[in-house]
Design a protein around this ligand. Structure first.
Ligand code: PEP
Ligand code: MN
Length: 339
């Protein structure tokens, strides 16, 4: 940490600050400039006491306290310089292959889910997405089929060979969801529900962590740290758009997170253009951008008849749109050096 002292303080005040720094387990190094004196406090900021309170403890002597170390550790590239790859059934996420996870927003019926699974598989998807437990803004909206929905996802996996990703909403359901899912999705609304993150981590299944609607990247990385700190190394970060002043789109899909997450962490990055744009007509373009920028996977909502979907109808693409999108993506996948 760097402690900036106020100008013209007495040596006695300076000594009191130095004494406190040593008491908290750091070794202080005093650097005297022309106008200011700064103190470099050497010690592990993650295991030692927080020095930020020095500014309130010595209001006449301390101007500011600046942390040097990052607050996240296990997700950082410093801890794990190589890209992490995640093995799910016969697939490897974060490797050379770009994976497409596709399916309806909500599991509605056997007919709807199986038809969608077959269509997305034929077009080249490797994972089937579908919510059995739905986090709805209104309690009067469709809340999901629950365990029945999970059973349908397992049935669709058996029939098509697609791996399954589905959302976990409650700690109480962690074991049940883990029994059916190949990847557990933590939704935007729960991205900082730390007890849920711990419960998801402890199932041992890979966890896809969406970015919260109003979450800074550092907060998102720290939420991811909860998964790794609970002995689950298999974490994917998924950008799904954040709330901004813009109303033309449902959310603002922040594609700058792709190079940022890639630089800061070793974890794979997934882009969800469906929640991101909230509009089916924008999904293909957002996918192309995401692939070109280095995303490891895409999470796309597909429905047999979007106009009649029980949730998120405006953003789900039809089978035809999905197949066309998958064809159009090919040159972008090749240009990004992926398969
Ligand atoms: C979803 O994937 O359908 C969903 C609810 O996502 P999010 O948590 O990003 O809103
Ligand atoms: Mn949705």
């Amino acid at each position: 940490m760097i402690i900036v002292l106020k100008p013209r303080i007495s040596r006695e005040e300076e000594r009191a600050v130095l004494k406190e720094i040593r008491k908290l387990g750091y070794t202080p190094h005093v650097m005297r400039g022309v106008a200011r004196t700064v103190i470099g406090a050497i010690g592990d900021e993650l295991t030692h006491a927080d020095l930020e309170t020095l500014a309130t403890q010595f209001p006449h002597a301390v101007e500011s306290v600046l942390p040097i170390q990052k607050r996240y550790k296990l997700v950082s590239r410093e801890a794990h310089p190589a890209n992490s790859t995640i093995r799910v059934r016969e697939h490897v996420l974060g490797g050379k292959k770009l994976h497409v996870m596709a399916g309806p927003c909500s599991v509605e019926s056997e007919k709807q889910l199986l038809a969608t699974a077959k269509a997305v598989k034929a077009a080249g998807a490797t994972f089937l997405r579908g919510g059995a437990f739905k986090p709805r803004t209104s309690p009067y909206e469709f809340q999901g089929l629950g365990e029945k929905g999970l059973k349908l996802l397992a049935k669709a996996r058996k029939e098509t060979g697609l791996a399954v990703i589905t959302e976990l909403l409650s700690e109480n359901h962690a074991e049940m969801v883990a029994e059916y899912a190949d990847i557990i999705q933590i939704g935007a609304r729960n991205a900082q529900n730390f007890q849920l993150l711990i419960a998801a981590a402890k199932t041992g299944k890979p966890v896809l962590l969406k970015r919260g609607l109003a979450m800074k990247i550092e907060e998102w990385l720290l939420a991811g740290e909860y998964i790794l700190a609970n002995e689950n190394p298999n974490l994917l970060f998924c950008e799904r758009g954040i709330r901004t002043f813009e109303t033309y789109t449902r959310n603002t899909l922040d594609l700058s997170t792709i190079p940022i997450i890639k630089r800061e962490t070793h974890c794979p990055v997934v882009i969800d253009p469906s929640q991101g744009a909230g509009r089916a007509d924008l999904v293909a373009a957002m996918c192309k951008g995401a692939v070109a920028m280095g995303a490891d996977a895409l999470l796309i909502e597909v429905h047999p008849n979007p106009a009649e979907a029980w949730s998120d109808g405006a953003q789900q693409v039809s089978f035809d749109m999905f197949a066309k999108l998958m064809r159009e993506l090919k040159p972008f996948i090749a240009a990004a050096g992926r398969e």
